[in-house]
Ligand binder design. Structure first.
Ligand SMILES: Nc1ncnc2c1ncn2[C@@H]1O[C@H](COP(=O)(O)OP(=O)(O)OP(=O)(O)O)[C@@H](O)[C@H]1O
Ligand SMILES: [Mg+2]
Length: 253
């Protein structure tokens, strides 16, 4: 889909101490699309994701250069609240970490920190979030049970539901299926494909196959450099750069 980019990176570099982890990245990320950021270990994929909701602020001796725009406005402007940014740009990690609370409480935890909402609103929010994360059917009869009793694949979808309950515009996922079996992986992927109707999704997939299955767009990172960016269909069938070709055909990495 064309139109204005949701997120724009202009010449973004990131350093840990004097070590560059990202080198002058220029990238446009669009709503209603899934962007898969892939590449070998230590190429800067997680760093790039974490910059987008300013989790990278927490890195000791981290230093950012360049500019990140969300809807045309810098996410580093002094009047931007990081808390608010993180509700607009949510993140799901590789290892699901549910809170030691019930399923219902896990989903409502974030929204309850904000403005007061009544019980029936919250019930609706829980149902909608769990449905969008493709988990509702499996847990609707046991919402008061501890989240820790769920399987790994269910916990990962619960963590996705928890992010969705905050109604983010952008969803970041860092290898969300790395510990999951193929069936759970498929469920998460199906949920993401449905979610792009309403959201902008940026995923670091756990392998090239996942990137090619769900990436409308794909970006290949290598040692902090954006080697190639384009439509997934093009990158995975007709890569322009020999380094991308070597990586996706398994010649290295
Ligand atoms: N908190 C940190 N402090 C110092 N260096 C870091 C930190 N996080 C990442 N790095 C370094 O930055 C570089 C990029 O790391 P990053 O985690 O972004 O890569 P990645 O592509 O996500 O790798 P992986 O596939 O292993 O998850 C690596 O050289 C890494 O050692
Ligand atoms: Mg990583």
């Amino acid at each position: 889909m064309s139109g204005e980019a949701k997120l724009v990176l202009n010449d973004v570099s990131f350093y840990y101490g004097d070590q560059p982890a990202l080198k002058r990245i220029n990238l446009r990320i669009y709503a209603n699309e899934i962007l898969a950021i892939f590449g070998p270990a230590m190429s800067g994929k997680s760093t790039l994701l974490r910059i987008l909701n300013r989790l990278s602020d927490l890195a000791t001796e981290g230093r950012l250069e360049g500019e990140v725009l969300l809807d045309g406005k810098s996410i580093h402007d002094p009047d931007v609240s990081v808390t608010q940014l993180r509700t607009r740009v949510g993140i799901v990690f590789a290892v699901p970490v549910p809170l030691p609370l019930s399923i219902w409480e896990n989903v409502t935890y974030g929204p309850l920190l904000g403005a007061g909402r009544n019980r029936s609103d919250l019930d609706e929010l829980v149902e909608a979030s769990l449905k969008a994360a493709a988990l509702w059917e499996e847990v609707k009869d046991r919402l008061n049970e501890p989240a820790t009793a769920l399987s790994g694949g269910q916990q990962q979808r619960l963590c996705l539901a928890r992010v969705l309950a905050l109604e983010p515009e952008v969803i970041l996922l860092d290898e969300p299926c790395s510990g999951l079996d193929p069936i759970s992986t498929m469920k998460v992927e199906e949920a993401l494909v449905a979610l792009k109707e309403k959201h902008c999704i940026v995923i670091v997939p756990h392998n090239v196959q996942q990137a090619s299955r769900i990436g409308d767009k794909a970006a290949f990172l290598l040692m902090g450099e954006l080697v190639e960016y384009g439509a997934g269909e093009q990158i995975f069938t007709r890569p322009q750069d020999p380094r991308t070709d070597d990586y996706i055909t398994g010649r290295f990495g």
